[in-house]
Design a protein around this ligand. Structure first.
Ligand code: SF4
Ligand code: SF4
Ligand code: SF4
Length: 246
């Protein structure tokens, strides 16, 4: 029997779901193994299956009814996976968590729209147990497929424990620091193949901290390039308000 999987979204830009949709060719093969019973962005409507083997959940919790809806998804799902940084750690949404919903609405929309938010944006784990997570803003499509494959084989999906610098060096991209740019690669979890550096930019840390960041050598690199820890922390906040390196 095919595994029943569903995709659900809360507050976010839906870019992580879009990444899954963009897997086009691979999705045709995936559909031989799973039955997708919920995926509003693709199929419309809402899921009717009573039980789900795997729920992939995107976005943060902040709007009226979010908590109740997430709890319902959790109750009917064997495995729940946080899809992307909004779901995993609050992501860019959490930047507003130091303000009241009313102030945030006023600052963003210039009008009082309190119905949009009832609480500061929270990751899924603030409400339910999250079994696995796929970090990134957006997620990496190949990592999504690897996670799904592991779960279908009843194995533990694993995230890389090394930094973006490793993938960057292996690909022989020029280092951003040598161009006078800041980069969060030394402390950020790999898995994206340093895609931002490949594209001529630098790592902004969207995949979150590696397990044991070696901050002392990083401090030395910053000093050598005339950069301060505060500048790095400021950049790191963009995706990781709730998880700061020391
Ligand atoms: S993690 Fe990024 S890409 Fe995914 S929903 Fe949130 S803002 Fe969009
Ligand atoms: S560009 Fe960034 S990720 Fe690449 S080696 Fe330099 S510091 Fe590391
Ligand atoms: S290079 Fe950094 S910011 Fe870019 S996708 Fe990878 S982890 Fe995210």
């Amino acid at each position: 029997m095919k595994a029943k999987i569903g995709f659900f979204d809360f507050a976010g830009c839906e870019g992580c779901q879009l990444t899954v949709m963009n897997l086009e060719e691979e999705l045709l093969q995936v559909l031989q193994l799973v039955e997708i019973v919920a995926f509003r962005e693709v199929m419309g409507g809402s899921a009717t299956a009573a039980r789900l083997d795997i729920a992939f959940v995107e976005g943060s919790i902040c709007r009226p009814g979010d908590r109740e809806r997430l709890l319902k998804i959790r109750r009917r799902s064997e495995i729940l996976v946080a899809l992307g940084s909004c779901a995993d750690n609050g992501g860019v949404n959490a930047l507003g968590s130091d303000r009241t919903p009313e102030v945030l609405c006023q600052q963003v929309y210039g009008a009082n729209l309190p119905h949009l938010y009832t609480e500061p944006p929270q990751p899924l784990a603030a409400v339910v147990t999250v079994d696995y997570r796929i970090p990134g803003c957006p997620i990496d499509g190949r990592e999504f497929l690897a996670t799904l494959q592991a779960l279908l084989l009843h194995q533990q999906p694993e995230l890389p424990s090394f930094s973006v610098c490793v993938e960057c060096k292996l690909a022989e991209y020029p280092c951003s620091f040598d161009d006078g740019q800041i980069c969060l690669g030394p402390i950020t979890r790999a898995g994206c193949r340093a895609i931002c550096v490949e594209g001529g930019s630098y790592c902004r840390g969207c995949r979150g901290l590696i397990d044991s960041p070696r901050t002392s050598p990083y401090h030395r690199i910053l000093e050598e390039h005339g950069l301060s820890v505060e500048e790095i922390l400021d950049q790191y906040r963009t995706f990781n308000v709730k998880e700061q390196p020391s």
